[in-house]
Design a protein. Sequence first.
Lengths: 486, 521
Amino acid sequence: MYNFLFYFLIEVFGVLFMILSFGTVLIYFIIMILSALEMRDFRRKNRFADYQDIITSPIAPGVSIIAPAFNEAANIVQNAQSLLSLHYGKFEVIIVNDGSKDDTLQKLVDSFALVKTAFAYNPDIETQAVRGVYRSTNKSFRRLIVVDKENGGKADALNAGINVASMELLACIDVDCILANDSITRMVRPFMEETNRKVIAVGGVIGIANNCDVQDGTVTKYRIPESTLGRFQVIEYFRAFLMGRMAWSRVNGLMLISGAFGFFKKDLVKAVGGYFPKTVGEDIELVVRMRRYMEEKNQKYRVAFVPDPLCWTEVPEDESVLSRQRNRWMRGTIETLQLHRKIGLNPRYGFFGMVSFSFWTIYEKLAPILELMGVLYTLVLILIGDFSAVYFFALLTMIYLLSLLISVFSILYEQITYNNYKDKKDLRRLIWIILIEPFVLHPKVVLWGLRGHFDFIMGKGGWGKMIRTGFKTAEDKKNIQTQTGV
Amino acid sequence: MNGMKKTKVLFPLLFLFFTAQGQEIDSLFSDSLQLQQELIRQENISNLSYQFRLMEEPSSELDSLFDFEETDSGWVSPKETDWAKLDSLHGVFVGYNPSLEYVIYEDIADQGGLENYLQTLIRTGDFVPGFDPNSNKIDLVLEASKDVFRPLHEYKLRILADYKLFWVTIIVLFFLITAALMITSMLIFKSQRNKRENLKKEYDELIIGPLTSLLFEKDLEEIKQISKLDLVEIFPEKLFDKPLFKQVMIERIIGLNKKMKGEFKDKLKAFYKATGLMDITRRNLKSKRWDIITTGLVQVNEMDLSELLQEVKKHTNSSNFHVRSQSGATLLNVSSTVNLDFLRDQKYPLSEWQQMNYLRIIKFVHNTKSLELDKLFRSENPSVRLFGIKLVRMLGRLDLLTGLKELSTKASDEEKIELLKTYETIGAHMEVDFINSCIQSENQELQLEAVKVAGQLGDEKSLQLIIGLFAHNPDFELKKSLMRSMYLLNPETFERYTKDQFSEEIVRIRAHILDPLLTHV
């Protein structure tokens, strides 16, 4: 009986893995096609867009740029100056000093002639205590607001910034990001264009600044990073931004807007209670919650994406730093998907619930576990002598080809659309990374993802009680709390 | 019928089966006699014995010799393993007709079964026949002609028989082909694009020189008279027929037109028409692709091609956002009498992007052309009415306040908010009753805006309403707005209501309002 059950399970797993493999192939083909169509349309639309008007037009919405800073004394003044020099008419820059241990605040005070004001801080969204709100006595820096608060993490700092923000749109960014001068004008466009649906958020592409030349806040010369890990991330970012997010944007299925560069409707962010400070994946969690809110209110909405290169950041080239980052991303994904598990395969949430959420569950959350199971399954087959080398190599070839295809496609995509990496040597190096990635780098990514799962199970970044704390402030969060039964 | 079909299929199968069996027997012994002689010669063969079966009851004498066992199918002698005795034992059965049975282990086998067993023993070396089974006594060609060719179906068909392997193979092949196609097509696309870019640069250089000298050397009338023959003298004939060359020329003319003024603009327009480029624009307007139509609209707009306005009008209610947006902008820009009917009759909501574009053009033309903005107040489309109200504010059209007053009587809350903003910007003190009515609204957003505007335009009644609301301990945002308006309307009242307060919130808001650095925050 047990013997039969064992072989039955082996057979079932075999079929499941086969379906998964073919499903993966099919889904990525669809993603490639959708992203190509979306990019084509975006470029066509861009031909007719005049961004100069937005800078001065009284109709253009105001933007509050919120940049949390923690121990950023080394570059904070330069970063603030860069943000203040953006080309846009109606905007303010809110830098939130999140209880830095260094002299971040003092440097800002000295450089921008800041004084503490009597600003009546309204904790519409609950945050750690705000010690003061600073403004400049110099009118040249009238757009700058500095919020000094007790340390509470990135999400908490962003929430404090949201409470202080006075404009219609929020631009939540990492303070060390390099923004193109025209980044606001381009990101604001989807909010202004849509008429039938409310655009609730707009995501942008994050470029990799390692080894690039930067002048006046813009990358002037692109070079790929020196390290293998850095180069690997260049390809990874191409795949994620130029393919994945473009495709999801076409079908209005975007679930993630990078925390380093995202624009949001302030009224809606406040309505859902701001960022959830107890998760490490506050960026994905906010977007999922906003979408969920709109679905439950039966309101037409859209999460848009702008593929123009407008924001750059330095990526970690050290393996331990990168592994911690991936571990955190995985925990953030698991926490978000767990918190909003009600959405999964729920027709009430339409495409978002049935497709986007399920895709994230299988291909982001469960991917490392499924890959581990695949390895174990192969080992079991070898042990019981049921291993078929033909199948194994056929499937391996198929998945390897898929990996090559997607990566090559994303590089070609970049070449056709933006052509930033002009040096042929850079291209050759990227192609080499593509060839070795499935064997050298991908197993590491899987391992880091598995560690993320393990850490989540072990309670690192756990959230049981903490959900209640974060969800107290808004009525809708209370609803979510009730629905999730937490 | 089905039975017939089955029989048809079965017969060839059975035929094949038996043919195959026959070939196996023939291959070792020519007949049963040769087989028995070989067995006798061997004397003992591993696990092979024989027995005799009688159909009639044996005599007592015979029975005493063999000790027969009675079975359902006759009388069976004990098994004998010594094949050398076969002939002598057989000789005992005088008057009987015994059948010889071969026994392999405990099972009775027929001659075919015995042959198979002996072949197995030959392969394992346990049986060495007295003749050479591989000896080639017969002509090889004749022997070969007897042998029917049998392909190894099991390997040939394995890929088809195994459905999993079949699908994996199909998918891998599909994958390889698709991947190759996609990458090839993208590489082709990129190379074509590069080629196109290079050609554009080349054409641009060929165009700019002659075009500039044409503008400076010929007067307007001469340019209007330019014929195709003249063009051939200026530009290479072969190139002039190429669509890309014409496209580059259009782009270059539009580029120059943006930078030039006065007569040069007229010359460029005349040249545009004389060279037949306007026909391309007309074709663009009739295209089915939205981006080509929009390109045509941009060309009409930039080159001021009023002759094509009728074509442009057809697109003002296009379902495509970019087409209707650009056609509206073109109509506003090119039309000599700016008729806002098309805007009033818009079916689709007006986006902020469209409003921004229209505002830029309207701002540009409203000093030189007569604009009947009040038409927009009567639109069925709420977004158009809202845009109309914004235009009054942004253009400072005080003459339209009467129209706004009419509109305010049936305005939605959203329109009322826009009206309040307009009154505040223009400084319309006469509308204080409207402002006061909005202060009492149930809509929080409208109420908040009205309180804010009342700070600038309010009267004593507004102040009383504000004090009334303040007494009801509203939320933070409204409280802050009420206190600021109270301060702006009457600082003494503000002092009276906010000084020496126990409410920590009011103290904080009061400090905020009095802080000179936070005047507009």
